[in-house]
Every structure is written in structure tokens, then in C-alpha cells.
Ligand binder design. Structure first.
Ligand code: MG
Length: 396
């Protein structure tokens, strides 16, 4: 039984949509045949995936009766009000009154509520992720410990970062952008096949010639290939020394993924779309990947740690994914990563992170090829006034 006084129990849950819109869409300008519809969405032809023209995210603020605030965030790019409604209509009343220090128990209680109906992923788990991060933040603040300390200790004070995405229109400009990051101390980069207009081999060759033989160059295949096409492409890329290949085949095709991992000769990275330990276990036990990429915005801290510990148990590297967000779930991802020996690198979503450094406190930095992890209570960051001006409260 908790020894906490009732003042330390959760008293309120607020939900905000954060406007993160930018002039250049994520992954670069729209290609021929791509256009924005009435609702503000467009589809990338290269990966058949929908994106909003204006980036956004979903943030929650939980408060204890004593006024301790915890911030959480989840994926809000597409239909953010669906996730907001799950939180306000359903989850809030199961969180209010709880002891935030029971965060893993609360997570599992909320997960159990909808299991028999098959809500074991997607928007439902996104909603849980936001609440989970906020509960960890409050727990750290009450204990006056960073989240990495709560998770066992700060093993890494800095974490190698790789530059993700080169949102320019031509290969020449993309190589120039990569070169400018190299000058800033970043020797690792990842490009996305759907916007590599001349194909993966030309893109890798161009970047290799620009960055040199030592640079780490990864390729995100965006689940766009068949098993055979992925194996064939891996062979073509081999002479140019790719760092790893990400998400080669559709996420449902676990057997195909395992065969690509076994026969392509390249290291295969997956995991950004997973929500839970169960998603991870299906692939990891099948030896279907070499690198695991949990996305904090989808997993929350509780499932992120469970996934990463399973990866570690199987001798795999963990390189956390970094999706589009305001930075709150990025802070959570860095805190969790700092406590994990299996984390060897972390994605740096520079085109999102750089323009929106809207944090007070022990702010996150990504410089000279590394993230520097905040070391104050909880997440170590909270929204600045500038960020709050871009946050819209969603009525409960
Ligand atoms: Mg990816």
C-alpha cells in the first residue's frame, strides 16, 4: 500500500494539441503527383503513407493535488483528437486519484481495460504512452531524481546521435546538407528511400562520396519492399557499406523480415511502429532484426524499457527512433536511453528538433554528434512560454 499522502495523488489531466507547422513538410517538399487534400493531409507516393501538411503533436499535463506537474506527449500527427478523446473520455477517471509512483501498475491496469476488445496497439497505446511519461515525470519530481536515476542510474551522460532525413529536393543538395552536418561533428546519417529520387544505390553512393569511407550511412526503406526486392537491394548496396537497413518489408510480414535479416548480409533495424513488449517479442524471438528502434511517443517509458531489456537479453543493439514531436517524448527517450547499456545511438530528427527548442529547465542539447542528457528531477524539461503559445487546450 502506498505511503503517499492524498496530496501526492493525481488530481487532474489536461490535453493539448501543439502546433509544430513548418514551411517545408517532413521529408522535404511534395513530389510530382502529391497534393494536400481538404483536411490538410497528403500521401507520399514512395511509401503510400499519409502525412499532415502541418506537423503537430499531443501533449498532456498531469497534476497532483499538491500541484506537482508532469508532462507527457504522444504521437499527434494524424487524427490527434482521436487520442485526445481516448484520454479525456476514458482514461482520465482511471488515473485521477492514483499514486503516480505506481506508474507501471497504472500502465498495466489501463492496458487491461481494453485487451479483450483487441485494443492492444494504435491510438489506444499512444494515449497510454502520454500518460505514462507524465506519471514518470511526476514520480521523478517527487523523488527529486531524474528519470534515468529512477530507472537504475545514469549510465550515459551523452548519447551518439545520427542525423535523420535530408529534406532537400535534389541529391546534390542532400549531399551538401549532409556535409554541413559533418562539419558540425555528426558522422552518422540516415536517408529515406521514398524521397531518394534517383534510387537507394545512387543516394548511398552520393553520400558515401561526400562523407567519406568512415561515415555511418543508414537507409530507411519505409516498409516499401518485398522480401526478394529487399534482399536484392541489400546486395546492390553492399559495396557502398550501408550502416543498417531499416524497415525493409511491411510490418505484418514477420517471416519475410526474418528471412531478410538472415540472408541479406546487412544489419536490419525495426521497431518504430511497435507499441508494446508483445510487438517486440514476436520479432526478437524470431531473430527478425539486429537493431531495435523503440519510439517513446508510441511506447511510453514503461514499454520502452520492457522492449529494450528484451533486446538486451538477446544481444541486440537499441537505437531509439525519434518521431515528430515537441521534444517532451524525446526528453523521455533520452532519459530512458541514458539508463540502458544496449543503447548505442539515438535518432536526431534535426528538421523538427532544431526549430522548436522551446524548453526551459535543464534543456536538451544535441551537439558535436551527441545528445547531452538532462540531469534534473523528472524529465528535466518543460515547455517554455514560446511553446505554450503554440499549445491549444482540448476541452475535456
Ligand atoms: Mg523510420
Amino acid at each position: 500500500m502506498s505511503l503517499l499522502e492524498s496530496q501526492d495523488r493525481i488530481a487532474s489531466v489536461e490535453i493539448f494539441v501543439v502546433d509544430l507547422s513548418q514551411d517545408t513538410p517532413y521529408l522535404g517538399s511534395l513530389r510530382e503527383g502529391e497534393s494536400v487534400n481538404r483536411s490538410g493531409y497528403f500521401v507520399r507516393k514512395g511509401n503510400r503513407t499519409v502525412y499532415p501538411r502541418k506537423n503537430r503533436s499531443l501533449v498532456v499535463r498531469l497534476r497532483t493535488a499538491d500541484g506537482v506537474e508532469g508532462w507527457g506527449e504522444t504521437y499527434g500527427l494524424v487524427a490527434p483528437l482521436a487520442t485526445a478523446s481516448i484520454i479525456s473520455d476514458l482514461l482520465t477517471d482511471f488515473v485521477v486519484g492514483r499514486d503516480p509512483g505506481d506508474v507501471e501498475i497504472i500502465h498495466d491496469d489501463l492496458y487491461d481495460l481494453m485487451r479483450v476488445r483487441g485494443y492492444t496497439g494504435g491510438f489506444y497505446l499512444d494515449a497510454l504512452a502520454a500518460i505514462d511519461i507524465a506519471l514518470w515525470d511526476i514520480t521523478g519530481k517527487i523523488a527529486n531524481q531524474s528519470i534515468s536515476e529512477l530507472l537504475g542510474g545514469t549510465l550515459h551522460e551523452k548519447i551518439p546521435a545520427y542525423v535523420s532525413g535530408l529534406p532537400e529536393d535534389t541529391l546534390t543538395k542532400r549531399c551538401e546538407l549532409a556535409a554541413s552536418w559533418k562539419e558540425r561533428g555528426f558522422d552518422a546519417v540516415k536517408f529515406a528511400l521514398p524521397v531518394a529520387d534517383e534510387g537507394g544505390v545512387a543516394e548511398l553512393t552520393g553520400l558515401r562520396n561526400t562523407l567519406g569511407g568512415e561515415a555511418k550511412i543508414a537507409i530507411d526503406l519505409h516498409w516499401s519492399l518485398t522480401e526478394q526486392n529487399a534482399i536484392d537491394l541489400a546486395k546492390e548496396l553492399e559495396p557502398h557499406g550501408p550502416w543498417f537497413l531499416e524497415a525493409p518489408v511491411p510490418t505484418e510480414e514477420i517471416e519475410a523480415l526474418a528471412r531478410v535479416a538472415e540472408t541479406s548480409g546487412q544489419r536490419i533495424a525495426v521497431g518504430e511502429e511497435w507499441r508494446t513488449f508483445y510487438d517486440a517479442r514476436l520479432r526478437i524471438r524470431r531473430n527478425a532484426c539486429h537493431i531495435v528502434q523503440p519510439e517513446m511517443g508510441h511506447t511510453g517509458i514503461t514499454e520502452f524499457m520492457r522492449i529494450s531489456r528484451l533486446a538486451m537479453e538477446h544481444g541486440l543493439e537499441v537505437m531509439p527512433h525519434a518521431t515528430i514531436g515537441s521534444g517532451i517524448f524525446l526528453a523521455a527517450s533520452l532519459q530512458a536511453s541514458a539508463a540502458l547499456p544496449c543503447v548505442t545511438a539515438h535518432e536526431f530528427q534535426h528538421s523538427i528538433f532544431e526549430p522548436f527548442r522551446h524548453f526551459t529547465g535543464d534543456a536538451m542539447r544535441c551537439e558535436e554528434g551527441s545528445y547531452f542528457v538532462a540531469n534534473s528531477a523528472g524529465l528535466g524539461v518543460e515547455p517554455s512560454e514560446a511553446m505554450r503559445a503554440n499549445m491549444t487546450l482540448i476541452p475535456a
